[in-house]
Design a binder for this molecule. Structure first.
Ligand code: HEC
Length: 115
């Protein structure tokens, strides 16, 4: 019986370590995406909530965003600047950026009233 316990302990420790490693990877990915979308903020607003005449990206459908970016890349969609910017991102990066914006509500959440 004790033989078995001796064996199980290190196995459990191994599982715990790999779970930790996995969540660290997920966190690093989120940080990476935040860095990418930060470069869109200059023109499209923080988190894609446009303050001016620019299109808001927040809350758009993921598939629409991917299609638009790919159409900019291919030149199918006429642009003044996006055709150049879109070429700087791989398909995987575009997918992650699109997923980030698609997960946000379309309307910017109202600021909490000051107390
Ligand atoms: C220098 C300013 C600038 C930056 C930075 C920028 N964009 Fe744009 N974006 C534009 C302009 C301008 C348009 C309108 C098309 C054009 O003329 O290029 C546009 C259009 C778009 C559209 C189409 C919007 C719609 O719904 O019609 C998408 C999607 C988009 N941008 C995504 C992005 C993403 C993602 C990033 C960051 C990786 C980004 N943009 C960074 C200026 C910018």
């Amino acid at each position: 019986m004790t033989k078995h316990i001796k064996f199980i302990k290190p196995a459990l420790a191994g599982i715990a370590v790999s779970v930790l490693a996995l969540s660290a990877t997920a966190q690093a990915q989120t940080l990476q995406v935040k860095q990418w979308v930060a470069s869109c903020a200059a023109c499209h607003g923080t988190d894609g909530y446009s303050e001016g005449g620019m299109a808001s990206l927040a809350g758009q459908k993921k598939s629409d965003l991917i299609e638009k970016m790919n159409d900019y890349k291919s030149g199918k969609r006429v642009a003044t600047i996006m055709h150049q910017l879109a070429k700087g991102y791989t398909d995987e990066q575009i997918e992650q950026i699109a997923a980030y914006y698609a997960a946000l509500p379309h309307q910017k959440p109202a600021a909490k009233p000051a107390k």
